[in-house]
Design a protein around this ligand. Structure first.
Ligand code: GLN
Length: 290
């Protein structure tokens, strides 16, 4: 691992903060990045105590960090991709532009899964970085998780995350579309969780430039009304869930009534419920298969 002096890092931080203010990027991102790549803590940053250290290990050489920081400022490259990681629940997950950056609101999906009181076999459809699959494996200690993604790059990222965090033996990975690769598990799943793409196509280019320019559209774009993937999952999930099994879906603000209707019209679900995230937005749909 490259090593820098505290003095060099201090200077880098001063310059990065100045450049961030000029570019209108929140200066807190500099400290977040230094915590991620140089293992500094908030107190050391606040008191500048790291300045006295002669050797600080850093994940990438300062010149490379400077180039990527420049990309952050000039091209809206997300700071989580610069760091190559993001904190999500109790984990540090590796992320790169082939996976969506897991969002804090999605953390609550795991609590809903725990509330469903089901162990057994769970599927995470569209696993991306593997966040949900890993969250499920940790929160449901005797469950087996089946994580699916149609992107080989995303699946490799999820697999690496599961391996590094010690969950590789509890999570099986499948390349393919939604439930398709899980045909041998038909009628056997206790739960299916998914945070599928749900943004209406026309809205994708209007998202924050960090998202629109750099996060995978495959993970964002849910078709004309945003509901293409949710519609498909609602349709196929009952064949894979056992009676009493639970489907948990994340969705966008304003989609709750349409998703409730999709679940209702499918005819195989009961106890359909909507749950809000911590910002009060109706974010999750939960339904039990008859
Ligand atoms: N399941 C992943 C997450 O929640 C990826 C979701 C997606 O790519 N739409 O972060």
């Amino acid at each position: 691992m490259p090593v820098v002096s505290g003095r060099e890092l201090w200077q880098w931080r001063q310059d990065a903060i100045a450049a961030a203010s000029l570019a209108g990027v929140p200066t807190e991102e500099v400290d977040w990045l230094l915590m991620a790549v140089a293992g500094l803590d908030k107190l050391a940053l606040r008191l500048n105590s790291y300045q006295e250290r002669s050797h600080i290990s850093i994940l990438l050489p300062l010149a490379q960090l400077s180039r990527q920081w420049e990309q952050r400022l000039q091209d809206h490259f997300p700071v989580q991709y610069v760091a190559g990681m993001v904190g999500w629940r109790q984990f540090s997950l590796a992320v790169n532009p082939s996976v969506l950056i897991p969002r804090p609101e999605t953390e609550y999906l795991i609590d809903l899964a725990v509330g469903a009181n089901q162990e057994g076999n769970w599927a995470d459809l569209g696993t991306g970085s593997g966040a949900i699959a890993i969250g499920l494996a940790a929160a449901l200690p005797s469950a087996t998780i089946h994580a699916v993604d149609c992107s080989p790059e995303a699946l490799a990222t999820a697999q690496a995350n599961a391996h590094r965090l010690g969950f590789a033996h509890r999570i099986h990975f499948y390349l393919g579309s939604w439930c398709e690769p899980l045909s041998s598990l038909q009628g056997q799943l206790s739960g299916i969780a998914a945070n599928p793409p749900y943004i209406p196509s026309a809205m994708v280019p209007q998202l924050q430039p960090e998202v629109a320019k750099h996060e995978p559209h495959l993970a964002l774009d849910g078709g004309v009304d945003g509901l293409d993937c949710i519609r498909q999952i609602v349709r196929v999930a009952p064949a894979y869930l056992k009676p009493g099994g639970v489907l948990l879906l994340e969705m966008m603000a304003g989609q709750a009534s349409s998703v409730t209707e999709l679940l209702h019209c499918q005819g195989s679900y009961r106890q359909i419920s909507i749950h809000s995230d911590l910002a009060g937005i109706e974010r999750f749909a939960c339904a039990i298969v008859c």
